[in-house]
Design a protein around this ligand. Sequence first.
Ligand code: PLP
Length: 372
Amino acid sequence: MDKTSWGTATIAARGGYEPALGEGVVPGIQPSSTFVVPGNPGEVPHAYARGGSPAYEPLERAMAALEGGADAVVFSAGMAAAIALLDEAAPGTAVVMPGDAYYGIRVWAEQELPKRGVEVRIVDPRDRTALERALPGASLLWAETPTNPHVAITDLAEIAALAAAHGVPWICDNTFATPILQRPIADGALATMHSLTKYVGGHGDLVLGAAACAGSDLAARLRARRNRVGTQPDAFSCWLARRGVQTLPLRIRRQSATALVLARCLAAHPKIARVHYPGLPDDPGYVVASRQMDGAYGAIVSIVVDGGAEAAQAVVDNVRLWIPATSLGGVESLIERRARWAGEVADPALLRLSVGVEEPEDLWRDLERALA
Ligand code: PLP
């Protein structure tokens, strides 16, 4: 069968690996830091693991195939992938970035890019006029949708049109949607960026990042940069993340369906001041998300609890099934008050819920009891 006609779940299930006759059905873990090279290292695919390793390749192939990119490069963390991409901005130009980009990336950009002679212009990507004003002189436009932690939606078709009109390449942090629900490269993105730590890994047991690239030239530059600065992944995490890819479609759809159930229950609860979830028809992102996401709205629900930070913290302190912890995207449901992190811009009473794969009824009963 022709591989180019494979559907998403089939690509994911194969996880970038095709065993040859007599080989294992799953790839082995190759932990070697160095490879046998008697002569010219340019003549072999791998010489030293900072530059590349067979351990990274199935995962890189899987991410490229799922995102519809020419290639993908895996890094030690989502932050390392983001920084490698942002470092593509040329000195003397600007990077346009949403104010609600993941705070770690926004803070890094604001603190570090000016030192490299790159101006950072923070805009609301849903404000077309502001974007139009910010784009001239920029060499990169950063997008993130849905955002962390407000689950806000940016219209990627509009971003693509504006970026093209100004000749500015754009990149999308696709961590929340995953390539199962959204494929920005098909809309014209130069690349997508992932914290594989989240849904792709999916089990809370690794930290990795990836950049899936529309073109192989960008991937080659990112790989060379990874080699120079030493932001390569580790072999075992790559092995785990590749295994995560195989069940990603099942998990993200199940988790998104549960998130929708919970968002509806929460929206009707008297102690909830606001629910941020683009699957609710009165959410500002509903119309665009319904168009650009593939039949689901993701598995993060953020809520603002009536009564301020103390009331919100009381919910975190009283849940029994939800686990009070940061991060997201795993099979266990996590809850946290985001404003506890310095640098995060969020209502003091905002709780981010990362919905896992438990029974929806159990998750709701636990939340309802903690809210009471
Ligand atoms: N992008 C988003 C949307 C995130 O939520 C995170 C981490 O929370 C990152 C990027 C950074 O990824 P990592 O923690 O793997 O470095």
